[in-house]
Ligand binder design. Structure first.
Ligand code: URA
Length: 216
């Protein structure tokens, strides 16, 4: 797996990351969603540099120009519900993609033990397609792996790009062991550890709750 951690260079991306982590700024859920969306846009731009391109002649009012344009058939799949603002950010740049949605939630048998349940999947065929799989928080990695298992039956993928906002080192290692070797992981920033409940530390808390409100 090739890991692209974008926070290693100073850029406005780090400003957006600081805002989504900040407990005071987190009170403003619209800003939280919009910042996740903006991070999705930046990750998309970087990811776009590793896609396939083909030459296209474009006719302008004054002449013509050969331009290399995206050649991949892309499917953008996001993990509900926290993935929705990230999905929108990626879609802002890759507006011609097909879309897929999948649910993955932690079913707890105790506060510290959980298994991932996938219950909803709406997707086009994935045969020959390039998959962008978006999940804002790569914590244990078990959601992404469960989702990937569910998507496998939908066709033979050409390439996979995982997109996350914050990834824990442990989660990165787990997905590295379960996704094909030529998978790319695009992440805005990497955190050191998980707590006993599988939350990223320092992380930002629960991305779904911060974007859409608390759940039962
Ligand atoms: N999901 C979240 O929203 N936050 C975490 O820290 C881990 C998983």
């Amino acid at each position: 797996m090739t890991i692209h951690n974008l926070d290693i260079d100073n850029s406005v991306l780090n400003h957006f990351i600081s805002e989504i982590r900040d407990v005071k700024i987190q009170q403003d859920s619209m800003r939280f969603r919009r910042n996740i969306e903006r991070i999705g846009e930046i990750l998309s731009y970087e990811l776009s540099k590793s896609l396939s391109y083909e030459n296209k002649e474009v006719i302008t009012p004054l002449g013509s120009k050969n331009i290399s344009v995206l050649a991949d058939n892309l499917v953008l799949c996001s993990v509900l519900r926290a993935g929705l603002p990230l999905h929108q950010g990626i879609l802002n740049y890759f507006d011609h993609v097909e879309n897929a949605f999948i649910s993955a939630f932690r079913k707890h048998s105790s506060p510290e033990k959980f298994e991932i349940k996938v219950e909803y999947l709406a997707s086009p065929s994935l045969d020959g397609k390039t998959l962008i799989l978006a999940d804002p928080m790569l914590a244990t990695g078990s959601s992404l792996v469960a989702v990937f298992e569910a998507l496998k039956s939908l066709g033979k993928l050409k390439q996979i790009h995982l997109v996350s906002v914050i990834a824990a080192k442990e989660g990165i290692e787990f997905v590295q062991n379960h996704f094909p070797q030529d998978t790319h992981l695009w992440v805005a920033t990497v955190d050191e550890k998980l707590n006993s409940k599988g939350y990223i530390v320092p992380g930002l808390g629960d991305a779904g709750d911060l974007a859409f409100g608390n759940k039962l």
